[in-house]
Design a protein around this ligand. Structure first.
Ligand code: NAD
Ligand code: FES
Length: 282
C-alpha cells in the first residue's frame, strides 16, 4: 500500500498527489511513468512521475480528473492509500548534454515536461520552458520551472502572460535562433503543431505520447503508435519519440476509438460494476 502524504489542487481539474513509493523515488528518471491501481478491481491508470523526493521516499503524481477512475483517485485524501503502483515504466528521456533546450508544456502536459526540464538543468543545459493553459487558473508548475530556468507563460484568453498558444511563443524562440532541441508534451494537436513548426528549422523535437494503455508491459497492444512507418508500443518503446516521425493522425484516431467504451465503463462503474478499463497516460 502507498500512503498519500500530501495533496494539492494545481488547476480546476488537475491535482497533485505525493505518494509514498521509496523504491520508485530512488530509481526513477525523467520521462518515466507508473501505472496506478487505487484498489482491488479498480482501473489501471498510467501517470507520469512529475517529481520525486528520494530522501522522503515519495513521488509526485499529477492527475487530470476526466473520467470516473481519475475522479475517484483525486478524491483520496492525505492519509489514504493506493493499493498498487507499478514502475518506473518506459524509457527515460534522451537528454542533450549541453546547449539550449526549449521545454513546451500544454495544460496538464506541463507536469510531464517538469522532470525533463529538471534533469536537463541538473546537467547544465540552459532550459526555457514555454507553458500554456486556457486561462490563468489552468497554468501549472510555473514556480517550479522558474527555479530551473527561463519561463514563458501563455494563456489562450490572455488572462495571464502572453495571449495565444504555446506554439506561437515557441516560434519566436526558434526565429531568434540558438535552440538545440524541443521537448513537447500536451494535447496531440499541440504536439503535432509543434513538430510541424520545428521541422523547417531542423530542430530535433521529442514528444511524449499518451495513447490508451492497459497493462503497460507491451503485452496487450493497446498503446500501439506508428513512428517512421513502424509500429511501437508507447509503454515499453516510449513514451517519448521523435516528433518529426510520429503519425499524429493515427494517434488522434486511436485516442477516440474507445470513447464509447469508456463512457459505457464509466456508467457501468457508477452502477457498481468497476471492471478494468482503458486509460490514457496522464
Ligand atoms: P488544453 O486543451 O487546455 O491545452 C493546453 C494548451 O496547449 C493550450 O493552452 C495551448 O497553449 C496548447 N494547445 C492546445 N491545442 C493546441 C493546438 N491545436 N495547437 C497549438 N497549441 C495547442 O490541455 P489540457 O486540457 O490541460 O490537456 C489535456 C490534453 O493533454 C489531453 O488531450 C491529454 O490526453 C493530453 N495529455 C498528454 C500527455 C502526454 O504525455 N502527452 C500527458 C497528459 C495529458
Ligand atoms: Fe499494453 Fe502498452 S499498454 S502494450
Amino acid at each position: 500500500m502507498h500512503t498519500i502524504v500530501a495533496k494539492a489542487q494545481l488547476s480546476p481539474n488537475v491535482t497533485r498527489l505525493d505518494v509514498s513509493a521509496p523504491r520508485i523515488a530512488q530509481i526513477r528518471k525523467a520521462g518515466q511513468f507508473v501505472i496506478v491501481r487505487r484498489g482491488e478491481g479498480a482501473e489501471r491508470i498510467p501517470l507520469t512521475i512529475a517529481d520525486s523526493d528520494a530522501a522522503a521516499g515519495t513521488i509526485s503524481l499529477v492527475i487530470q480528473a476526466v473520467g470516473k477512475s481519475t475522479k475517484e483517485l483525486v478524491a483520496l485524501a492525505v492519509g489514504d492509500s493506493i493499493k498498487d503502483i507499478a514502475g518506473p515504466l518506459g524509457h527515460p528521456t534522451e537528454l542533450i548534454e549541453k546547449g539550449h533546450a526549449v521545454c513546451v508544456g500544454g495544460g496538464v502536459g506541463t507536469a510531464v515536461v517538469h522532470p525533463i526540464a529538471q534533469a536537463l538543468s541538473k546537467i547544465g543545459v540552459h532550459v526555457t520552458s514555454v507553458i500554456g493553459g486556457r486561462s490563468k487558473e489552468w497554468v501549472i508548475y510555473e514556480p517550479e520551472l522558474r527555479n530551473i530556468g527561463d519561463v514563458v507563460v501563455c494563456t489562450d484568453d490572455g488572462s495571464y502572460g502572453r495571449k495565444g498558444f504555446v506554439t506561437q511563443a515557441t516560434e519566436d524562440l526558434l526565429k531568434a535562433g540558438g535552440v538545440d532541441i524541443v521537448y513537447a508534451v500536451g494535447p496531440v494537436m499541440m504536439m503535432k503543431a509543434l513538430a510541424e513548426l520545428t521541422r523547417p528549422y531542423g530542430v530535433k523535437t521529442i514528444v511524449s505520447l499518451n495513447p490508451l494503455m492497459v497493462d503497460g508491459t507491451g503485452m496487450c497492444g493497446g498503446c500501439r503508435v506508428s513512428v517512421d512507418g513502424k509500429a511501437y508500443f508507447a509503454c515499453v518503446d516510449g513514451p517519448e519519440f521523435d516528433g518529426h516521425l510520429v503519425d499524429f493522425g493515427q494517434l488522434a484516431d486511436r485516442g477516440t476509438t474507445y470513447r464509447e467504451f469508456e463512457q459505457e465503463a464509466a456508467k457501468r462503474c457508477a452502477d457498481g460494476d468497476c471492471r478494468i478499463g482503458l486509460s490514457n497516460k496522464g
